[in-house]
Ligand binder design. Structure first.
Ligand code: AMP
Length: 283
């Protein structure tokens, strides 16, 4: 496995691989790797000749009051996991490599209408613009045949799929299921922020989604009634503050007044004290 920190070094190796005609699988991450990331890496390993993982905490997707500074960066742990899972190349550039000459803020952005303003975009303005910009840059550098994303960040993978199609980028996007802890909590690098007592409550997002599914199975299709029940459950959890609970069309992310089977996404974001957790399910 090689670790590359510079764009020139990366370009050189990718050029050599491309000459040989190898198939590149790519997993973009912000590091602090866990089983969720590993499930993407394993899938990439099965399907590609070469596996590239990027580890880059991208400043342009964080809001001014968000956790950029304290975001975990256990680099040695990440490298060990990549090695164990037979990654060929870890690309971990410094901020000034990715955004050279521009300081932390690039002058060219990739943006999109509508989808980035829904759900998480409402409380994180500019977040998806930062995500799209860095992913487009990484795709230009790595030239992956296939890139792997997690369903946990459903809105992100939907936006990336749309971006790739709109900009005619030659990468297939695959979105893989959410990897969970035993109690149902979706694995996330941000779970590390939770104290033991908050961690004990953190499966509440998964439980609220389970509740919604049960209501639907019992014939309740009214989105407002389902959301009300989920909110009532969440309000009983000490230190939990709802950012949003939404029932939307899975392609447009527009609110759905009634659940439509095969077309619906139920998504929520909840603060547990200061830690913002997200989860979702397709119905
Ligand atoms: P991050 O490092 O949080 O930016 O995540 C990098 C990639 O891993 C994204 O495509 C995420 O959706 C995916 N990912 C994060 N958590 C999970 C999980 N619990 N299960 C599956 N994929 C995940």
């Amino acid at each position: 496995m090689v670790i590359i920190k510079t764009i020139n070094g990366l370009k050189k190796l990718i050029r050599a691989w491309k000459k040989k005609g190898v198939k590149i699988g790519f997993v973009p991450t912000m590091g602090a790797l866990h089983e969720g990331h590993i499930s993407l890496i394993k899938k990439a390993r099965r399907e590609s000749d070469r596996v590239v993982v990027s580890v880059f905490v991208n400043p342009t997707q964080f809001g001014p009051k968000e956790d950029l500074k304290k975001y975990p960066r256990p680099f040695r742990h990440d490298i060990r996991l990549c090695r164990l899972n037979k990654v060929d190349l870890v690309f971990s550039p410094a901020v000034n490599q990715m955004y050279s000459g521009f300081g932390p803020v690039p002058k060219t952005y990739i943006d999109m209408e509508k989808l980035p303003d829904k759900l998480c975009g409402r409380s994180r303005p500019g977040h998806f613009r930062g995500v799209m910009t860095v992913v487009a840059k990484l795709f230009n550098l790595v030239e992956p045949d296939t890139a792997y994303f997690g369903l946990k960040d459903y809105q992100q993978s939907l936006i990336i799929s749309k971006m790739v199609s709109d900009l005619n980028i030659n990468t297939v996007i695959k979105t893989l299921p959410t990897f969970r802890e035993k109690d149902g909590l979706a694995m996330s690098s941000r779970n590390k922020y939770l104290t033991a007592s908050l961690r004990a409550k953190a499966a509440c997002l998964y439980q609220a989604l389970g509740m919604a599914k049960k209501l639907i199975a019992s014939g309740e299709y009214s989105s407002s009634k389902i959301i009300k029940e989920m909110a009532r459950f969440m309000k009983k959890i000490n230190k939990a503050r709802i950012d949003y609970i939404a029932i939307v069309d899975r392609d447009t992310l527009e609110d759905l007044p009634k659940v439509k089977k095969g077309k619906t996404l139920i998504a929520l974001a909840v603060f547990l004290d200061k830690t913002r957790l997200i989860d979702n399910t397709l119905v």
